[in-house]
Design a protein around this ligand. Structure first.
Ligand code: NAD
Length: 480
């Protein structure tokens, strides 16, 4: 076993004080990516204080300086997308091409916000009183705690940190303890970027220590979190005690509606992509396939064939379409949900073949259930695995009702050739993002992203909407 790596980046220095933890390759559990050091309480406090100290200068830095640094980080991520994509593939288990795509996209977030730096315009208006002008301007908040999940180890950090820095804030990142190597690779690019010491810090390890150090600190001005509902709730309760601003992006139970008039190839491609790519471990995955009765039998026949044809394998094997599940906990949780669905009467039509692969990994065949209904536990809870359920409905009205009948509301999709039904669905779907004739997964980097109900809390992320969270408005009255 290699020596423990310096994994915490605090005030421009790498440190290695806390307890060591390993990162295991889910495609081959005998392959350890290395031993990483968790942050201690002192490390966390130092990171927060360093960010606080750096804020005074960084918040007043020139727009040109911020733009140059964000452009550099963006270009560097794009240039290194193969190298970092391979680390993500080995550590998280997503197929190499998806890992590379994630890093490339992360670079685009930085480039986009590099340009946004120059668009920080205020407003000027006349007062209702004579000889007085009113200015509305935005200012940075201070220190932002960024807490991220394992499923997009670099992209989620990028879409939060790029706007945080663009609007003049300092950052302490707490990545998921499941993906420390990806976080170190990302932090090394931040180190090279020319950011002044303390503007960006990274503390690693379990949520109970490093995560709570951020959510419970009086010196953190805002927390942007992506992860499970349970953790989001705990963070919000911690944050409110200090009146800390919070933005939470959480779980989902996204529905893809397939109507009788759907183009069948589009329906199958969207269902396979949305349900199983990324091993179903996307917050935008289509775990419920709501299919109108007239197309149901033909849809499931083709869907079974397409699901069984998917190649499951090592994330680094170029022919792999579906990588392993991230770890043993997620693997066992998926199996528990499968058993519960069978007990509840769902019929498994793909997914029961045993997996014979060269290495021991958390491999699971994409699993498709039919004869399910929307009250079953498997259609209520977020499973976060390569498991999709078909729910048969009599018409569009029932499809919409079932689609909206969920505690979550992140993305939804409809496959139809009817402009009338697509337009109606767009308006009445209770989700934050709606896809027409597209998979529920796959979003752009220049427009807002987020959900409704238990999926999201607080202002939207990404695009120009990001400024609502990462800056604070000031109204100034000027009398001559
Ligand atoms: P998680 O909630 O277990 O952990 C997320 C992060 O929170 C990790 O860094 C973890 O260490 C930290 N954490 C845990 N307990 C904490 C605490 N008490 N205080 C502070 N921090 C704490 O989530 P996960 O398993 O890493 O990620 C999967 C979840 O993320 C799924 O629910 C998925 O839907 C969600 N997700 C949502 C989006 C979105 O944009 N809506 C995107 C990606 C993932």
């Amino acid at each position: 076993m290699s020596a423990t790596q310096n994994s915490n980046f605090i005030n421009g220095e790498w440190s290695n004080n806390g307890q060591a933890f390993d990162s295991i390759n889910p495609s081959n559990i005998n392959d350890c990516l290395g031993s990483f050091s968790a942050a201690t309480s002192d490390d966390c406090n130092l990171a927060i204080q360093s960010a606080k100290n750096a804020f005074q200068k960084w918040s007043l830095s020139s727009l040109e300086e911020r733009k140059k640094i964000l452009d550099f980080i963006g270009s560097e991520l794009i240039a290194k997308s193969s190298e970092l994509g391979e680390i993500i593939a080995k550590e998280e288990g997503k197929p190499l091409a998806e890992g590379i795509g994630e890093v490339y996209r992360s670079g685009q977030f930085f480039q986009y916000f590099g340009a946004e730096v120059l668009r920080q315009m205020g407003e000027i208006t006349s007062s209702v009183r004579a000889n007085i002008n009113v200015e509305v301007t935005r200012e940075p908040l201070g220190v932002i705690g960024v807490i991220t999940p394992w499923n997009f180890p670099i992209a989620v950090a990028a879409w939060k940190i790029a706007p945080a820095l663009a609007y003049g804030n300092c950052v302490v990142l707490k990545p998921s303890e499941i993906v420390p190597a990806s976080a170190v690779a990302f932090a090394k690019i931040m180190e090279k970027s020319g950011l002044p010491k303390g503007v960006f810090n990274c503390i690693q390890g379990p949520g109970a220590l490093a995560g709570q150090a951020l959510s419970q600190s009086k010196d953190i001005d805002a927390i942007s979190f992506t992860g499970s509902v349970k953790t989001g709730n705990a963070i919000a309760q911690d944050a409110i005690k200090n009146m800390t601003r919070v933005q939470l992006e959480m779980g989902s139970k996204n529905a893809l509606v397939v109507l009788n008039d759907a183009d069948m190839d589009t329906a199958i491609q969207c269902a396979i992509n949305g349900a199983f790519f990324g091993t179903g471990q996307k917050c935008t995955a289509s775990s419920r396939l709501i299919v109108e009765a007239g197309i149901h039998d033909q849809f499931i026949e083709k869907m079974i064939t397409a699901t069984k044809a998917l190649k499951v394998g090592d994330a680094l094997d170029k022919s792999t379409q579906i990588g392993p599940v991230v770890d043993a906990r997620q693997f066992n949780q998926n199996k528990t949900y499968i058993d519960a669905a069978i007990t509840a009467g769902a019929k498994m039509v793909a997914g029961d073949e045993s997996m014979q692969l060269a290495n021991d990994g958390f491999y699971m065949r994409p699993t498709l259930f039919i004869d399910t209904n929307n009250q079953m536990k498997i259609n209520r809870d977020e499973v976060f695995g390569p498991i999709a359920c078909v729910i048969k409905v009599k018409d569009y009205a029932e499809a919409l009702e079932v689609s909206n009948d969920s505690d979550f509301g992140l993305t939804s999709g409809i496959i139809t050739q009817s402009l009338r039904d697509a337009s109606h669905f767009k308006r009445h779907s209770s989700s934050g993002c709606v896809m027409v004739n597209l998979p529920t997964a796959g979003t752009d980097y220049h427009v807002p992203f987020g959900g409704r109900k238990a999926s999201s809390y607080g202002p939207r992320e990404q695009g120009t909407y990001a400024k609502e969270f990462y800056s604070i408005v000031k109204t100034t009255y000027l009398s001559s």
